[in-house]
Write a protein that binds this ligand. Structure first.
Ligand SMILES: C[S@@+](CC[C@H](N)C(=O)[O-])C[C@H]1O[C@@H](n2cnc3c(N)ncnc32)[C@H](O)[C@@H]1O
Length: 210
């Protein structure tokens, strides 16, 4: 638990090194540019809202999470936050992305942030990659195509450690599209879930002990 001897505690922004801040600032600027200029959707970074990222880093850091699975890397914005949060405990983030251009950008951003050693970026379709990952993961973050969220729930739940956190973005901004996911997590007998009105809406679900 946080505060125990030998268990480092830091406030969310304190987990960021100057190199991580620099990489995040670059990605925030690129994300803004993509949203304001007519950049095709497939080329936009669609990074998570900074406050949501900060809150996730706080959860990860304060809960002593060491292993994180991320679905949807894009340029690595959320990955940098997650990796910064697990870094103090020598944890690992496994992040999945099928767009080769984004995989390359994320890898270069993680190197620039000094976090490459804390992240495995896997290139491929997350729906095919997750079944190859044994887990268990202490936390997972879903931030990919909305229609696939229920599939990710089915694939991730058995790979989540008891007490593990399942985080899903866009649940308020895309509430209709994510209705099947929201119904599934809220009815799931093995999960307790709450919607946080931060950024585009973050669904935070906790896996109950067996
Ligand atoms: C909303 S963006 C992720 C943003 C990222 N989490 C961040 O904060 O910077 C969604 C990403 O998921 C990727 N993606 C969508 N479906 C995927 C799939 N089936 N397998 C792997 N990546 C996928 C997209 O290419 C896109 O880069």
């Amino acid at each position: 638990m946080p505060g125990e001897e030998g268990n480092p505690v830091a406030t969310p922004d304190a987990v960021l090194t100057p190199a991580a801040r620099d990489a995040l600032a670059y990605l925030e600027a690129r994300d803004r540019e993509g949203r304001t200029n007519n950049v095709p959707r497939s080329e936009r970074l669609r990074a998570v809202d900074p406050t949501t990222a900060r809150l996730m880093a706080w959860f990860i850091q304060s809960q002593g999470v060491r292993s994180v699975l991320e679905v949807g890397t894009s340029g690595g914005y959320s990955t940098i936050w997650l990796a910064s949060a697990v870094r103090l405990r020598q944890g690992q983030v496994t992040t999945l992305e099928w767009d080769p251009v984004k995989v390359e950008l994320a890898r270069s951003m993680l190197a620039r942030a000094g976090l490459a050693g804390f992240v495995t970026v896997l290139h491929g379709d997350a729906r095919l990659l997750i079944p190859t990952l044994p887990g268990p993961f202490d936390a997972a973050f879903i931030d990919a195509e909305k229609e696939d969220y229920p599939t990710y729930l089915d694939l991730i739940f058995p790979r989540l450690a008891p007490g593990g956190l399942l985080l899903a973005d866009n649940v308020l901004s895309h509430a209709d599209e994510l209705r099947p996911y929201l119904d599934a997590v809220r009815r799931h007998p093995g999960l307790q879930t709450v919607t946080l009105p931060v950024g585009r809406g973050l669904e935070v679900s906790c896996k109950l002990p067996a």
